[in-house]
Ligand binder design. Structure first.
Ligand code: SF4
Length: 153
């Protein structure tokens, strides 16, 4: 979905979006019904919570890791959750609006200007995000002030 912006190598080398501090649990990808079914038949991961998220592994420094992460990247490949395919972009609720934002943490995508990212979102992502959040609203996060807004849905 983000092929024009991020290569598989960029993501495999970085893995930033696959580990979380305690204040970042809202970023843990939610698992939709279809993926939950696939995971239960094909993978050995535990899902928890109403929106079904992976039960994370904690290291000795207090950093939590997605259990699907290994040294080569994501074990789920093309089966990975929509939130992961979309990151560093996010659908967020701001008042009565749903906005598409970008995380300031992804260094590779951060090399682009906000203008370039807005154009990319408008031409490549808006329709897909709209269709997806209508079907599965749990993808919509609360707005975070450090996330620049690229588009109002
Ligand atoms: S499912 Fe894959 S891409 Fe998503 S957080 Fe886990 S390891 Fe990373």
């Amino acid at each position: 979905m983000l092929d024009r912006l991020l290569s598989e190598n960029d993501c495999a080398e970085c893995k930033l979006c696959c580990n979380f501090y305690e204040g970042e649990f809202w970023e843990v990808p939610v698992i939709d019904d279809d993926l939950a079914q696939l995971i239960s038949g094909k993978y050995d991961f535990n899902l928890i919570g109403d929106n079904r998220v992976f039960k994370l592994n904690r290291d000795e420094k207090g950093l939590y890791f997605c259990p699907a992460l290994d040294k080569n990247g994501c074990k789920l490949g093309d089966d990975r959750p929509f939130d992961c395919k979309l990151w560093p972009f996010r659908a967020m609720k701001l008042g009565e609006f749903i906005v598409i934002t970008v995380s300031p943490l992804c260094k590779k995508v951060g090399e682009k200007t906000l203008c370039e990212l807005s154009e990319f979102v408008g031409s490549q992502l808006t329709d897909k995000i709209k269709a997806r959040v209508l079907k599965y609203p749990a993808h919509i996060k609360d707005y975070v002030h450090s996330y620049p807004i690229l588009k109002v849905l």
